[in-house]
Design a protein around this ligand. Sequence first.
Ligand SMILES: NCc1[nH]cc(CCC(=O)O)c1CC(=O)O
Length: 310
Amino acid sequence: MATPILRLGTRGSPLALVQARMVRARLCAAHGWDEDAVEIVIITTTGDRVQDRALAEIGGKALWTKELDRALDAGEIDCAVHSMKDVETIRPVRLMIAAMLPRADVRDRLIGAASIAALRQGAVIGTSSPRRAAQMRRLRPDLRIMLFRGNVDTRLAKLAAGEVDATLLASAGLDRLGRADVGVAIPNEVMLPAPAQGAVGIECLADATRIRDWIAAIDDLPTHACVAMERAMLAALGADCHSPVAALATITASGIAMRAELLTEDGSEHVSGEAAGGIGDVGVAHDLARDLIERAPPAVRRLFTLSLDG
Ligand SMILES: NCc1[nH]cc(CCC(=O)O)c1CC(=O)O
């Protein structure tokens, strides 16, 4: 076996492993390496260990990243693969996202009914996402939400066992796990996805220039620009992945366009808006954050803290 030249840290969930293998394949293709030049190292995170409580309840942030950060600092791995949706808004400055894979289907999928309208009166929706819960209750105030955790297979098994009437999962994860047959995609116009949904990032120490350059060679620039814009808006709102926020940036003929929505946890109030501008112009995210906060009903505004200097 060739000596591994790059150790790729990842969580051990089936989806995380598929994503790590995608990263390995792209790195090897880009650099002409053998597959065993990239060693996949599994790191268990707090979020993987705690399966029975709402993530927000565990307290403490960085549930999915802290142990990977530590392994990077300790030199146990050279880079870490993340679902960008789970990466905290504010990261330590010594780390950098050196590349993102091309974004997958950004939509959510509904599993358990043919459409949101087709759900029976009072149906129980299993989700642990404050955004999905709020968006579903905004569209259908009669729905009930049940806390639903575990990896994709666990959730599908709970649904099959009748614990809930329906659940929502990211198309990206289902597709990557070979489950493109499961559920129906909800159009972005009906349910705007989470910031960074469908994007995979590769992080390394900012001063590890050789590693950084290897990784940067596989960066998908449109994905990186859109996800950076969505994350800049989260930062401007003082929000994170537990906030009832949806946002989607897309590349247009003239630059970048972004739509976003803020809700109360129960979905009873919300505000949405859009902005456009140049690729990489963080002002687009800041303008949208400011506009949303200015127009938000007080119950929504209370959930956020505008800060535009980050
Ligand atoms: N929070 C869990 C998580 N993080 C990333 C994905 C799916 C893949 C992605 O959105 O990139 C999921 C599962 C889900 O939301 O269905």
